[in-house]
Design a protein around this ligand. Structure first.
Ligand code: ATR
Length: 279
């Protein structure tokens, strides 16, 4: 890829950003489609966020991904915020055409799951009630699930998120419970957003031992390191379809790519670059 005077710059702001998988994934896509774009990571300290956004605009940067710790604060410096991103209360993608913010994390999870089955009319159970759960929950509601139940260690946090999703009007039935009360018998799609099973505790799983997985279940684990978590190994052993965390990274990137360029993202090339980078 040759960087020229005409090259369009997109990128990532966060703190830190050194280990981001996004530059190799997006640059592989630009190269494949022969597009005059380059994706760069910028390490922006919390106090510099406003000047970074103003500076990016002044430098004619076309789009940015936004990661920790800026996803919430950045909303103060945008002209427009997508409706669902507003409900989530966090932005991970900026389109500088109209200085508009989006949240593609939740869409990423939904597109990953929809590779396997439609979310429409399904009963969905989500473990965890933090930032990732919040982003995914609103999109599960938007994509037409019948029922959403949020389980968390801290039940008050699950209740708060369940109330927020319910108040959005995107879905009628939203419940919550303790993560210790998991029952999968009526569940179509199980989503883990807790860090349980993340490296180095690779044998841990958020599912209680006695909790059976029926054969029509779909299990998505947002944890991507390791690729095959304890939860996904349980799923495979029970002949249940696994959806890997890496797919959420892939599709949130694909969605951002499509927002910035208006072109369909080359999924296969991006997946290959991601797999190569994450090892
Ligand atoms: P993220 O942005 O990845 O969602 P987060 O906002 O810190 O991260 O949320 C982490 C979620 O994982 C929370 O729901 C947390 O539960 P609590 O609210 O009870 O803290 C959950 N979590 C973290 N460690 C966990 C563990 N060991 N067992 C069960 N849940 C855990």
């Amino acid at each position: 890829m040759e960087i020229k005077g005409s090259t369009n710059i997109v990128g990532l702001i966060g703190h830190p950003v050194e280990h981001s998988f996004s530059p190799p994934m997006h640059n592989a896509a630009f190269e494949k489609l022969n597009m005059d774009y380059a994706y760069v990571a910028f390490n922006v300290k919390p106090n510099d966020l406003e000047s970074a956004i103003n500076g990016a605009e002044a430098l004619n940067i076309k789009g940015l991904n936004v990661t920790i710790p800026h996803k919430i604060e950045v909303m103060n410096y945008l002209d427009e915020i997508d409706e669902v991103a507003q409900l989530i209360g966090a932005v991970n993608t900026i389109d500088f055409k109209n200085l508009k913010g989006y949240n593609t994390d939740g869409i990423g999870a939904v597109r990953a799951i929809e590779e396997v089955a439609s979310i429409k009319n399904k009963n969905v159970l989500i473990a965890g009630a933090g930032g990732a759960s919040r982003a995914i929950s609103f999109y599960i509601a938007k994509y037409g699930a019948d029922n959403l139940k949020i389980l968390n260690r801290n039940v008050e946090k699950a209740q708060k998120l369940a109330n927020d999703v319910s108040n959005s009007g995107l879905i009628d039935n939203v419940g919550f419970d303790s993560i210790n009360n998991m029952d999968l018998s009526d569940v179509d799609i199980l989503i883990n957003t807790t860090p349980v099973g993340m490296h180095p505790n690779v044998d841990d799983t958020p599912i209680a031992q006695a909790c059976d997985m029926h054969e029509d279940l779909i299990v998505f684990d947002a944890v991507y390191n390791p690729n095959e978590t304890g939860l996904l190994r349980q799923a495979i052993e029970a002949d249940v379809k696994p959806v890997y965390g890496i797919k959420m990274l892939l599709y949130q990137g694909a969605e951002s790519f499509e927002i910035w360029t208006g072109k369909k993202a080359p999924i296969d090339v991006m997946q290959e670059a991601l797999t190569k980078y994450l090892g």
